[in-house]
Design a protein around this ligand. Structure first.
Ligand code: MSP
Length: 654
C-alpha cells in the first residue's frame, strides 16, 4: 500500500470569481489530503490558477486591463479564499509562473523531438468557452452543448500532437486498471469515447497573429501553445519535474480531482501527452458531478452564483464544508439550496452530533465529576458498541480512500446515532440514582466518552476546527496520525482519570422561519416585486419573448397524464404537496408539486394531471420527487393543467 498521496484540483480559469463549484472541488481535495495525513501518509496537495488563453485575454480586454494584471487580481482572490474555508494547500501554482513556462517548453520540445508533433493546415469548429476544436459528433444542433453557443469555424496552419497514435495504448491501460478513472460511470464514458472512430490528433498551437497570451512554442516563435497543453502540465511543474525530490516522491502517487466538465482533457489528452513524453501516468482520475442551484445551472446571467464565503459567514465554515461533503454523492450531480443546508445543519450537526456531545459531557460532569471513569464489566451491548466502532472506522477508511466521502460521513453518523440510542437504552440518569449501579454507570459513561473521542478523530478531515475544539474539551489533546491505530481497533482513546471541560454548544440550532423569510424576500426581490404592496385587480400572466426551441428539443420532454391517488402536505414546507400519481406505470410515482398555497390536498385527489415524466428525480424537503406537475401560473393564480375530459393514465401529451 502506498504511503504517499498527491492530490490536485483543476487549476481554475481566472475569468470568473470563485464560486460554490470551485470551493467544492477544493474542499474535497483538502479533506482527502487531511484524511491521508491522518492515516499516516506523506501528502502533497496542489491547486492554482490557469491564466493563459483566449478566454482570459478576452475577459481582460473587456475590463480594459492587461491580461497579467487581470490574472493577478483574480488569482489573488482564489488564493486568499482557500484559507478562509480552512483549506490548506501545500502549493498554489500559476501558469504564468516562470518555472511552469520552462517545464511546458521542455515537454513540448521532448514530444516534438520524439516526432509526435507536426505542422498541418486545419479547419474546424472552435468553441471559445471550451478553448478547443469540437468534433462534429460533439455538437448538438450545431452548438457546443457545454456552452450552448455556436462554435466559430477557423482554418489555419497549426501544430498537432499525434494523440491518435496512443488510442489503443490508452484503451488498454484503462481496461487493465479499472480504477484509473472513477467512479465507474466516467470510466465507461471515456471508453465509449475511445471505442469509436480513430482518435483525432490534437491541435496544440495558436498563431500569435490571433493570440499572444500564451507560452511560446520552443520550436516556432510564431506560435503559442494551446491552453490545455499548458494547463495540464501544471501537475508536473508543481513537483519540479523531472529532477525534483517531490517529483520522485509524489508523482507515483498522483491522483487528480476534477468535475465531469473537463473529463476529456484529463482522461484522454493528458494520459496520451504523458505517454508521448515518456512519463508514467497518474494513478487515479477522480471525477465528481455538477452543482446546480435550486435546480438551475449556476450562472452569472441567472444571478444565482453561490459565493462560498457568504454562506460560511452565516453558517460557519465547518458547517458549510460538512454540508457539501455530505450532500453530494461523489460522482453524481447535486442541487444546492440554502434551505437544504439549514435542514442538514439542524438535523446532523445540531441534533445528532451537537446533542450527543453536550448530553454526554453534561452527564459526565453531573455524575462523574467531569472525569473519564474507570470502566466496570463489559456487557454484550457494550461489546456491540465497540464492535460497531471498529466496523465504522474500517468503512470510513475504505470509503474515503475510494473518494466516496459522503458514504464515509454516513458511516460516522451511524455511530453518532448508535451513541444516542445507547444513551436512551442505558439511561445513565437512572443508573446514577442507585449507588449499587455505580459500576454500570461508569462503564456506560466510559463507553460514551470513547465514542465521542472516536467521532472527534473521524470528523477531523471535514471539520478540523470543530474536531480540535472537541478534542480540547474531551482532554484528547490534538488529532494526530498516532491516534489512528487505536481508532481502527475501537480501542481506548481517553484513559480513565482524564479530566474534561464543560461542553460548549457546538452547533446552535438555526431558526428555519428566519431563513425562510430571508429566502422569500430574496425570491420576491429577484422577481422585481416590492415585498408588502399588493397590486389591485387581476394581472396578466408574465409574458415576454422566450428563447425558441426546435421540435426535437420539445420531443425530448416526456409529458404524461396521471391520476392523483394521494396528496399530503410536507412538514415544514408550506408551498409543497406530496402527490402519489398513477401514470400508467408499474408503480405509482411520488411527485412534489409547489401548489400547496393554491390547493388543499383533498382537492387534488382523484384529479388528472399532466406530469413531466422524464425529469431527473430531485429531493425536495427530504422527499424524492419523480417528475413535475404542470400548472398555469398567473400572478396570483396557479391552476393545475388537466385534460379536458378523463383519459387513460399514462396517455402521452404532445
Ligand atoms: N482551467 C480549466 C482546468 C484546467 S486543469 C489542468 C478549467 N477551469 S474552470 O475554472 O472552469 O474550473 C472547472 C472546475 O471547477 C470543474 O472541473 C470543477 O472542479 C469546478 N466547478 C466549476 N463549476 C462547478 C459546478 N457547478 N459544480 C461542481 N464543480 C464545478 O476548467
Amino acid at each position: 500500500m502506498s504511503d504517499t498521496f498527491y492530490v490536485t484540483t483543476p487549476i481554475y480559469y481566472v475569468n470568473a470569481e470563485p464560486h460554490l463549484g470551485h470551493a467544492y472541488t477544493t474542499i474535497v481535495a483538502d479533506v482527502a489530503a487531511r484524511f491521508h495525513r491522518l492515516i499516516g501518509e506523506e501528502v502533497r496537495f496542489q491547486t492554482g490558477t490557469d491564466e493563459h488563453g483566449d478566454k482570459i485575454a478576452q475577459a481582460a480586454e473587456d475590463q480594459g486591463v492587461k491580461p497579467k494584471a487581470y490574472a493577478d487580481k483574480i488569482s489573488g482572490m482564489f488564493k486568499e479564499l482557500w484559507p478562509k474555508l480552512n483549506i490548506v494547500p501545500d502549493n498554489f501554482i500559476r501558469t504564468t509562473d516562470a518555472e511552469h513556462i520552462q517545464v511546458v517548453q521542455a515537454i513540448l520540445q521532448k514530444v516534438y523531438d520524439a516526432g509526435d508533433i507536426y505542422l498541418d493546415t486545419y479547419g474546424g469548429n472552435y468553441c471559445v468557452g471550451c478553448e478547443r476544436f469540437l468534433t462534429d459528433k460533439e455538437l448538438v444542433d450545431g452548438k457546443c452543448p457545454e456552452h450552448d453557443s455556436e462554435p466559430v469555424f477557423i482554418e489555419e496552419e497549426n501544430y498537432f500532437f499525434k494523440m491518435g497514435k496512443y488510442q489503443e495504448a490508452l484503451t488498454e491501460h484503462i481496461k487493465a486498471n479499472p480504477e484509473f478513472i472513477r467512479p465507474e460511470r466516467y470510466k465507461n464514458e471515456v471508453l465509449a469515447m475511445l471505442a469509436g472512430d480513430d482518435l483525432e490528433d490534437l491541435c496544440i498551437s495558436r498563431p500569435k497573429s490571433r493570440l499572444t497570451w500564451g507560452i511560446e512554442l520552443p520550436f516556432d516563435s510564431d506560435y503559442v501553445t494551446y491552453v490545455w497543453f499548458d494547463a495540464l502540465i501544471n501537475y508536473l511543474t508543481g513537483l519540479v519535474w523531472p529532477d525534483g525530490e517531490n517529483y520522485q516522491t509524489f508523482w507515483p502517487a498522483a491522483q487528480h480531482l476534477i468535475a465531469k466538465d473537463i473529463l476529456k482533457p484529463h482522461a484522454i489528452f493528458w494520459p496520451t501527452m504523458l505517454m508521448a513524453a515518456n512519463i508514467p501516468l497518474y494513478q487515479h482520475l477522480n471525477v465528481h458531478g455538477y452543482w446546480s442551484v435550486d435546480q438551475a445551472k449556476m450562472s452569472k446571467s441567472l444571478g444565482n452564483v453561490v459565493r462560498p464565503l457568504e454562506l460560511a459567514e452565516v453558517y460557519g465554515v465547518e458547517a458549510f464544508r460538512y454540508f457539501v461533503m455530505r450532500e453530494m454523492s461523489f460522482g453524481l450531480d447535486s442541487s444546492f439550496s440554502e434551505e437544504l443546508l439549514v435542514e442538514r445543519y439542524n438535523s446532523d450537526l445540531a441534533n445528532d452530533l451537537g446533542n450527543l456531545f453536550s448530553r454526554v459531557l453534561n452527564m459526565l460532569h453531573k455524575f462523574c465529576g467531569g472525569v473519564v471513569p474507570q470502566p466496570d464489566k463489559l456487557l454484550p451491548e457494550d461489546a456491540d458498541l465497540v464492535q460497531l466502532t471498529r466496523a465504522v472506522a474500517a468503512e470510513y477508511v475504505r470509503e474515503n480512500r475510494g473518494f466516496a466521502f459522503h458514504k464515509a460521513l454516513a458511516a460516522v453518523w451511524s455511530l453518532i446515532g448508535a451513541g444516542n440510542k445507547y444513551v436512551v437504552a442505558n439511561e445513565p440518569w437512572s443508573l446514577a440514582k442507585e449507588p449499587e449501579l455505580a459500576g454500570r454507570l461508569n462503564q456506560v459513561m466510559y463507553r460514551l466518552c470513547q465514542l465521542l473521542a472516536q467521532v472527534t478523530v473521524l470528523i477531523w478531515p471535514v471539520m478540523p476546527q470543530t474536531a480540535e475544539h472537541m478534542a480540547g474539551v474531551l482532554g484528547l489533546g490534538g488529532v494526530t496520525p498516532s491516534i489512528m491505530p487505536a481508532v481502527l481497533e475501537g480501542g481506548e482513546l481517553l484513559a480513565p482519570g482524564t479530566a474534561t471541560h464543560q461542553p460548549p454548544a457546538l452547533f446552535p440550532r438555526i431558526d428555519t422561519a428566519k431563513v425562510k423569510a430571508k429566502a422569500d424576500k430574496a425570491e420576491k426581490k429577484a422577481q422585481g416585486k416590492k415585498p408588502q404592496k399588493k397590486k389591485q385587480g387581476k394581472k396578466k400572466p408574465p409574458s415576454g419573448p422566450a428563447e425558441q426551441i426546435t421540435i426535437e428539443e420539445f420531443a425530448r420532454l416526456e409529458l404524461k397524464v396521471g391520476n392523483v391517488l394521494e396528496a399530503e402536505p410536507i412538514e415544514g414546507a408550506d408551498k409543497l404537496l406530496k402527490l402519489t400519481v398513477d401514470a400508467g406505470e408499474d408503480q405509482p410515482r411520488t411527485v412534489v408539486a409547489g401548489v400547496a398555497e393554491h390547493y388543499a390536498p383533498e382537492e387534488l385527489v382523484g384529479k388528472q394531471v399532466v406530469i413531466v415524466a422524464n425529469l431527473k428525480p430531485v429531493k425536495l424537503r427530504g422527499v424524492k420527487s419523480q417528475g413535475m406537475v404542470l400548472a398555469a401560473v398567473g400572478d396570483e393564480q396557479v391552476i393545475v393543467v388537466s385534460p379536458s375530459a378523463p383519459t387513460t393514465p399514462g396517455s402521452k401529451v404532445r
